[in-house]
Design a protein around this ligand. Structure first.
Ligand SMILES: [Zn+2]
Length: 465
């Protein structure tokens, strides 16, 4: 029963379609099932930050009454014949950085490769230098500006990696700043420790530089990150010429023993054993499946923590080996799915014309998410709708598959699938109202249609115009 204080309830009404994404993690044939309600005057009701009901106006009003609430205590949001989706989840970003890298972008257009730019001390190391030199306020200001644009594009939850400091104090600072931005809201920020993003300049002169840096990450950075208690997971850039599979395994095993979930950048440029490692970590863990049952309960529930063990995601995967794809398929089949988090905007921006084999993953039963990979070197975009468009055009995803990839599957890739990523009673009320009648039009309009209204935890947090 409720006292019905105004502001506790929100009623979105007048929608032409509601893509609920109900039913948990998508893989294989279900990847494309967006669970769309269609008809006239559809509604979604939220109460105290959680979804109460979705359906026709009559159904939703009935449910509101059954819960003992008065319609008068619901603030109204007119969807005006638009589409309602869950708030989008960006499961792979490098949110906090200083500087831009348009010069390198032009150098690449003249034929220079990623590893060549890296070897020349450019690329990621120029961002590391700029980020180390930036003040907290400069980094926060940049992060806030980016988050504001992401919100306007319908994103309500963002993963944010460290990895542009590569020393103990600097990595802790990036995690703390990401955490602070999340506390400011309205976008929820999920911090990831990525000390093993690259080997910093001060280790490169040594013959054993990479090994010495791996030992530093495991022996110095990781324990400090655990003591700080902000990072939710640990990531590694597993790639030939950066951190090999054996080094990546040592870092991720240490992180896992310390209680962090693990994920990795895998097989972006060449088959490097990344997909195989992800599958092995998942199968070796005693983890709960990353696919939680639909619905359920409160934030930071046992299910949510359980879903964070194991290997949550293998990201990029533009060049996996056949054995790597088979291993990921076996992990999914065994109920230990590793989410293949694909980053097509990166392949597109790099002009490589080599995209992750998304169709092959889906056919093999591997769950697929897509993310922006927001970063100043290889993916300067803040728009998940644009990434959906690229995924449909270049990787052959259907709009339904792409929508699942930025909602429920992306939520599962963060270990948050029990709380966010779909519109189901009991889940957090993160919603987007789009000026579009169907899910097909979301990736169809290449200019990345901004959201009309965004709701986070049951509150309106963005209105266009
Ligand atoms: Zn990345």
């Amino acid at each position: 029963m409720s006292g019905g204080t105004a502001g506790r309830g929100l009623l979105v009404e007048g929608a032409a379609a509601v893509a609920t994404l109900a039913g948990g993690l998508r893989r294989g044939a279900s990847q494309g099932e967006a669970a769309v309600l269609s008809g006239e005057a559809l509604c979604v009701a939220a109460w105290e930050g959680r979804i109460l009901a979705a359906g026709t106006q009559a159904e939703v009003h009935r449910q509101i009454e059954a819960e003992g609430h008065s319609l008068d205590s619901f603030e109204r949001l007119d969807a005006r014949g638009g589409l309602v989706t869950p708030g989008l989840v960006d499961a792979h970003t490098h949110l906090l950085f200083a500087g831009t890298r348009e010069a390198e972008w032009q150098m690449r257009a003249r034929g220079a490769g990623y590893l060549e730019i890296l070897a020349a001390g450019g690329g990621i190391l120029s961002t590391v230098a700029a980020t180390r030199a930036a003040s907290d306020d400069e980094l926060l200001e940049g992060g806030r500006a980016r988050l504001a644009k992401m919100l306007a594009n319908g994103t309500t939850t963002v993963e944010a990696k460290s990895g542009y400091a590569l020393d103990v104090a600097g990595e802790l600072r990036l995690l703390a700043l990401a955490d602070r931005l999340g506390r400011e809201g309205p976008i929820e920020v999920v911090p990831t420790f990525l000390g093993a993003h690259a080997v910093p300049a001060e280790f490169r002169g040594r013959p054993d530089g990479t090994e010495a840096y791996v030992a530093h990450v495991i022996g110095e950075q990781l324990p400090a990150v655990i003591r700080q208690g902000i990072a939710r997971s640990c990531d590694v850039f597993c790639e030939s010429g950066v951190f090999d599979a054996a080094q990546s395994r040592r870092i991720l095993a240490a992180a896992s023993r310390s209680g962090l979930a693990v994920r990795l950048h895998a097989d972006e440029l060449a088959p490097s054993g990344g997909a195989e490692l992800a599958a092995q970590l998942a199968l070796a863990s005693g983890a709960e499946p990353a696919a939680p049952p639909a619905a359920a309960s409160a934030a930071a529930s046992g299910a949510e923590r359980g879903a964070e063990r194991g290997c949550l995601s293998a990201d990029h995967l533009a060049a996996p080996s056949d054995a790597g794809v088979a291993a990921l398929a076996r992990a999914a089949e065994a109920g230990r799915p590793v989410i293949a988090t694909l980053l097509p905007a990166t392949s597109w921006f790099l002009g490589k014309h080599r995209f992750a084999p998304a169709r092959r993953f889906i056919d093999a039963g591997i769950p697929v998410a897509i993310a922006t990979d927001l970063n100043p070197g290889t993916s300067p975009t803040l728009s998940l709708p644009l990434v959906m468009s690229i995924a449909c055009i270049e990787m052959g995803l259907t709009p339904g598959e792409a929508l699942a990839a930025v909602t429920i599957n992306a939520a599962c890739a963060l270990g948050l699938g029990a709380r966010i990523g779909s519109i189901e009673p009991g889940k957090q009320a993160d919603l987007v109202v789009w000026d579009l009648p169907t899910i097909e039009q979301l990736p169809y309009w290449l200019s990345a249609p901004p959201a009309r209204s965004v709701v986070k935890r049951g509150r309106r947090v963005f209105e266009r115009g």
